[in-house]
Design a binder for this molecule. Structure first.
Ligand code: PEP
Ligand code: MG
Length: 927
């Protein structure tokens, strides 16, 4: 073992850029110290030490580590003029974790380490403030007890509540020194009862236990869950560092305070210092939401001089880091210290606004402005908001802590949220008095979070914002009773299972479900996406089947339709019977009759799409229905038939009865009744209905397929029923000719699905050419269009060179291509075996979500290369679901595609992802 390894770095010496070794917090403390900010002296123990410790079966600290820690403690003693464990002038430190990735609230902090009964007296003498001393000591005992010794919080909370009650104290600051001394005594006993040992008094022993506790927390459930949820791999963060920092006190009287701040507003992005502070308090009071803090605007009134210093600190942080900072500060008797800074976690609205504004202020470039926003996070800007047309009375008002609106059933603890949300797939809203890090699994399972206490920087608010989930915090009008699983709001109440709605944008809480609407784009998002379009090579088109879809897609910035699924246009109550007629027709004439009725409808469909999208291209895919989707169910038909047959028999029976009335000497009125019954059902009509249904059943049976997804669909249908494709081609070309006639610029693209052979493509091209000639003659002008093919079967990839002879474009249908490549049914895999495959690592991702670059991608690359070898200007795109997935888009960029096409609401995500792909791709070496 190498005993000379340097594990411990003073803030003056650590490399502020080496977040992997020193953790984000530690590296920043080093950097802040080195750029001259007022940081309390301290040092960092590296993540490498953590990993060695966790690797060691007996969990012993690496050799040499403790000696290095002692050496640094001596240096701290020199810098502060205090002694660690010195009863006359004690040095106290905080011990904090911090890994390379910021994980808010995931790790534990211990404050005031170094206190024992002797040093406590030193603190009291030095400050002449017994109340302060006991307050510091009781905080230390609780934090150390909980974090390092595993004593549950509740044991302390119970004692503390009893003391507060006896003292009639509403808030902690109302407690006297005597109350706090008694608190310390009770807390020491709590620890001894829980652990069977007296509370450790030797400061160096305390420090060693604390360091190990921080290291251990890296492999604790909370941290492991968090990393899993956010896909934090060892590559991104491996082990936690430990930061040992000289304590400074925000609770040394009314000229002291503590606070947390963002250099810009993390909910809106507004360029204004944003945060909260508490006078005469310590850090965790703000974060835990135990006392309601004041907004920083108040500091200008209460401590104007410090408010100016804080503004200065803000400017220094932003100009140095060129990123919005989330920082903690303490004012100790009029002196401002910066305790921590990290890149601010903001919701996406704020990320987008700050990106645009920081670029305009010259802090960052356009490229940086784009790259600091994860494409997927734009989903947050597509969050629903409450329908403004619905008038609903809110029952409570809290702080708008994280925007967006959601409805769900109320649950009152994280485990229930997990059980009902994740386990049973219900939409739940986690309702708590306040949340703590151990509630994290409840966040993951919930639609939104509601708390009755705490500020906008409370745990609930920060974590929900990071996750992009709506949150209302500090709704003090709600009183939460976890044991009874109910919350009282004024005269009313709601229980577990009752539906509530919260609006994280306004802070309002409603009973029942309130309808929501789609959000608008902010002007900043428009600007940012405009920059994205300038940088990207891939164009972003949309999959849209209706004019409404197309309009929405355009609003989102789509520059065309990459896929209009024509079969979706037939899912209409009025059209479906005509489509069924077309399918079950016994003769070409009968089929033509149905098609003649469909032609004008389709022509109008295409006309509308062309008009909405003009002047951008509209790619229309010829019919590709798994045929069973359009046919009546065989069992339903059988049941209907047997009912009709029974009816026919009854009708015949009534006719016989009517004829027999003369034999019965029946009264006149009875004769009339029987006669009326005879007229009610005409047996010949019933016979006719039976004949139709029988024909339908026969057809349904004839067309039955065991695996319709691999059956009679796509171009196969076009081969067996050419009149269907002919009708569609005519509708496309006529609609285009009509548009052109009325001055609408159109670029129709005709796309053939499920193609395996060039002969199929040629056959369809024949129909297209002959109809085109007809339409051109009729309108006196040829219609410009492109003809291409979907690539969604393996053979199409393998025969790409030959398909390229006929096709002007390729469009990868990666939904089917994934199905075909894996031989996984796209209908069944995702809820049968794929979850197990993903959980057990047999497959890293769900290939129907994330393009399988290694398999499907390889086929795509071959097809692109072979296709372009024959036709260098072959236009290539993707229109499977992967077209809206950022990592898949990155692959499409590399593979040389021209466009991606995805559902309308994903278009902004795809636009940003396309820019990321272009910016991140290394310059291509000369081929
Ligand atoms: C595809 O297969 O990827 C595709 C876009 O077509 P569909 O999903 O309609 O089969
Ligand atoms: Mg397909």
């Amino acid at each position: 073992m190498d005993t000379t390894t340097q594990y411990v770095f003073a803030f003056e010496d650590g490399d502020g850029k080496d977040k992997k070794l020193l953790g984000g917090k530690g590296a920043n403390l080093c950097e802040m110290t080195q750029i001259g900010l007022n940081v309390p002296p301290g040092f960092v123990i590296s993540t490498a030490a953590c990993l060695e410790y966790l690797d060691e079966p007996k969990r012993a600290l690496p050799p040499g580590l403790i000696e290095q820690v002692h050496e640094q403690m001596r240096a701290l003693e020199q810098k502060t003029g205090k002694g660690f464990g010195d009863p006359d002038n004690p040095l106290l430190v905080s011990v904090r974790s911090g890994s390379a990735m910021s994980m808010p609230g995931m790790m534990d902090t211990i404050l005031n380490l170094g206190l024992n009964s002797a040093t406590l007296q030193g603190v009291i003498r030095a400050t002449d403030d017994p109340r302060f001393g006991y307050d510091a000591y009781r905080r230390f005992i609780q934090l150390f007890g909980k974090v390092a010794l595993g004593v549950p919080d509740e044991a302390f909370d119970k004692e503390f509540a009893a003391i507060k009650e006896a003292a009639h104290a509403k808030q902690d600051v109302d407690l006297s020194a005597t109350d706090l001394r008694e608190t310390c005594e009770r807390f020491l006993k709590v620890v001894e009862d829980a652990t069977g040992h007296p509370f450790p008094t030797d400061p160096y022993q305390q420090l060693e236990i604390a360091i190990k506790a921080v290291f251990n927390s890296w492999s604790g459930k909370r941290a492991v869950d968090y990393r899993k949820q956010f896909n934090i791999t060892p590559d991104m963060a491996n082990g936690t560092a430990v930061n040992v920092v000289t304590m400074v006190f925000g609770n040394r009287g009314d000229d002291s305070a503590t606070g947390v701040a963002f250099t810009r507003n993390p909910a809106t992005g507004e360029n204004k210092l944003y945060g909260e502070y508490l006078v005469n308090a310590q850090g965790e009071d703000v974060v835990a939401g135990i006392r309601t803090p004041k907004p920083l605007d108040r500091l200008k009134v209460e401590m104007p001089d410090l408010a100016d210093q804080l503004d200065e600190l803000r400017d220094k942080l932003e100009t140095h880091y060129r990123e919005v900072q989330d920082f903690e500060f303490t004012i100790e008797q009029g002196q401002l210290y910066c305790l921590q800074t990290r890149n601010g976690k903001m919701n996406t609205v704020a990320m987008v606004r700050t990106s645009v504004e920081m670029e305009r202020e010259g802090l960052i470039t356009k490229e940086q402005a784009l790259l600091r926003i994860a494409p997927e996070s734009l989903e947050q800007m597509l969050f629903p908001r409450l329908d403004p047309n619905i008038k609903a009375e809110s029952v409570a008002q809290g702080l708008p802590a994280s925007p967006g609106a959601a409805s769900g059933i109320a649950v009152f603890d994280a485990d229930r949220a997990e059980h009902l949300g994740k386990g049973q797939g219900l939409k739940v809203i986690l309702v708590r008095e306040e949340t703590k890090p151990e509630d994290i699994h409840g966040f993951f399972a919930s639609e939104a979070i509601l708390t009755s206490r705490g500020g906008k920087t409370s745990h609930a608010a920060v974590v929900a914002r990071g996750m992009g989930k709506p949150c209302v915090a500090g709704a003090e009008g709600i009183s939460v009773d976890v044991d009874r699983r109910e919350a009282r709001v004024g005269l009313t109440s709601f229980k577990e299972g009752d539906v509530i709605t919260i609006d994280g944008t306004s802070g309002k809480v409603y009973l029942g479900a309130i309808p929501t609407v789609e959000p608008d784009f902010t002007p900043e998002l428009h600007t940012l996406l405009g920059w994205a379009d300038e940088m990207s090579k891939l164009k972003v088109l949309a999959n849209a089947d209706t004019p409404d879809d197309a309009r929405r897609a355009r609003r989102y910035g789509a520059v065309g339709i990459g896929l209009a699924r024509t079969e979706r246009m037939f899912n209409d109550v009025e059209r479906l019977p005509i489509v069924i007629e077309m399918i079950v027709a016994e003769t070409p004439e009968a089929r033509q009759e149905a098609l003649d009725r469909l032609l004008p409808l389709q022509r109008q469909d295409f006309h509308d799409l062309f008009e909405v999208m003009s002047p951008h291209p509209v790619t229309i895919r010829l019919l590709d229905p798994p045929i069973h989707e359009f046919l009546p169910d065989e069992h339903v038909l059988e049941r209907e038939l047997s009912e009709l047959r029974a009816l026919a028999q009854s009708a015949r029976g009534v006719t016989v009865l009517a004829g027999a009335m003369g034999l019965l000497h029946a009264s006149e009125s009875l004769r009339r009744e029987v006669e009326t019954a005879r007229h009610m059902v005409d047996p010949t009509v019933v016979e006719e209905a039976i004949a139709k249904k029988e024909a339908m059943l026969k057809k349904v049976r004839a067309l039955y397929e065991t695996n319709p997804m691999l059956g009679h669909r796509g171009v196969r249908l076009g081969m067996t029923f050419p009149e269907i494709y002919r009708m569609q081609v005519r509708a496309i070309l006529e609609a285009a000719a009509e548009c052109a006639k009325s001055g609408i610029e159109v670029h129709p693209q005709i796309k053939v699905p499920q193609v395996c052979t060039v002969q199929e493509l040629r056959k369809v091209k024949e129909y297209v050419d002959s109809i085109h000639a007809e339409v051109a003659a009729r309108y006196g002008k040829p219609v410009r269009f492109q003809f291409g093919t979907m690539i969604e079967v393996v053979r199409a990839c393998m025969r790409a060179d030959s398909l390229a002879e006929e096709a002007e474009f390729f469009s990868f249908g990666t939904n089917d291509l994934t199905q075909a490549t894996f031989s996984f049914s796209r209908e069944d895999a995702e809820n049968k075996f794929l979850p197990l495959y993903n959980q057990s690592g047999l497959l890293q991702d769900n290939p129907f979500d994330v393009l399988d670059v290694k398999g499907v991608g390889k086929l795509m690359q071959l097809a692109v290369d072979w296709g372009r070898a024959v036709k260098p200007d072959l236009h290539v795109g993707i229109c499977g679901e992967h077209g809206g997935h950022p990592a898949s888009i990155a692959f499409c960029h590399q593979a040389g595609l021209d466009y991606v096409s995805c559902s309308g609401p994903r278009v902004p995500i795809a636009r940003l992802a396309a820019a990321h792909a272009a910016l991140k791709s290394a310059p291509t070496p000369n081929a």
